[in-house]
Write a protein that binds this ligand. Sequence first.
Ligand SMILES: Cc1cc2nc3c(=O)[nH]c(=O)nc-3n(C[C@H](O)[C@H](O)[C@H](O)COP(=O)(O)OP(=O)(O)OC[C@H]3O[C@@H](n4cnc5c(N)ncnc54)[C@H](O)[C@@H]3O)c2cc1C
Length: 354
Amino acid sequence: MREFDYVIIGGGCAGLSLAYELEIHEKFRDKTLAIIEPRNDYVRDKTWSFWKVSAHNFEDCVRKSWDNFSVNIPDQTKYIHCGNLPYQSIDSGLFYEKTINTLKKNSNINFFKNINEISSENSFIFNSVNDISDGKNDLWQHFSGIEIETNKDLFDDQIFNLMDFDCEQRDSVHFFYTLPFSKKNALIETTWISGLNHPSNQDYSIQLEDYIKNKLKIKNYEIKFKETGAIPLFYPKNIKKINQMQIGTAGGMTRLSTGYTFMNIQSQSKYIRENFENIQKVNNFNVNSKYKFLDNIFLKVLKKNSEKMPQVFFKMFNCPPNTIINFLSNKSNIFEDISIILKMPKFIFIKELF
Ligand SMILES: Cc1cc2nc3c(=O)[nH]c(=O)nc-3n(C[C@H](O)[C@H](O)[C@H](O)COP(=O)(O)OP(=O)(O)OC[C@H]3O[C@@H](n4cnc5c(N)ncnc54)[C@H](O)[C@@H]3O)c2cc1C
């Protein structure tokens, strides 16, 4: 069986981002890489959105960028300008096409469906696959979205809605999220933060239909695309193995309070590329521990006070736009952290510290 210097298990967002970052920096000129990915076809399956707080390799896969967003609770809306840190949305279909086309040009890079097809005993492994099936009782951000097309201009495509809490909460935390790609076209998602053991929250199609008809007042539309997902808001249990590094969601790249992962994956890929020649010896890239600490408290509060969370999220956006965006994107300084903390209701947060 063929041997490879490096193996990436899982050719999804993290696996392909890493392979691409290494390839464009010519790390496989005289080294070999096997990518293990079971799927037969790469088609658009996700929309990755984030505030552009740093440069990334996928500017040409950005479907739309916004300089304004809104957040609302019943009877109140905040409009926020984010012109110097725009919010971007990446079409995963374009991402897969770009990365795979580039990687396939290098004969030192090969794709396999199963790890048993190669000999990996002497390889360094980057693993993006993890078993988190035992986390059903933990918190997840679970959601479903549809991209719809209307025959009239019904959306304002200059502003997206990050969180609309004006909807039923069912003892959980629930909001809708709308990304208008054009005046006739938008992705609308229903998002819950809860355990996965409440199937009653998972009637996503009914929730979306009701929201589009009764809140957005749109009667006629065609569904162009659908995505459903669940992001674990807890870290996978990783046992450190020699010659192996966990990447992506499996490598703890998700911000637990928000589910944002894409930009952390890009930072992790860059870190691995910078340390590639020494990879056996360096520690893995980590989300800064101050965010892990603050997010854990935040989620404890959320679990016990779900009914207060729309107000808590809403108040957070009283901070200047750069402060809140930097905080949510792991780029905040101590002064920005303090100004966010001061916006939180003191009593319920202090209780969770002890
Ligand atoms: C629908 C959806 C939308 C999201 N939207 C956003 C967003 O807007 N912004 C953001 O920051 N984050 C978002 N996330 C979170 C995160 O960015 C994505 O989940 C991202 O795809 C994580 O990358 P990954 O490589 O860790 O996992 P994946 O992209 O899921 O890649 C894992 C890969 O492993 C493969 N695989 C599975 N089993 C095996 C096996 N046994 N052997 C080998 N390969 C295997 C899978 O086929 C898959 O290709 C979203 C998540 C989902 C599910």
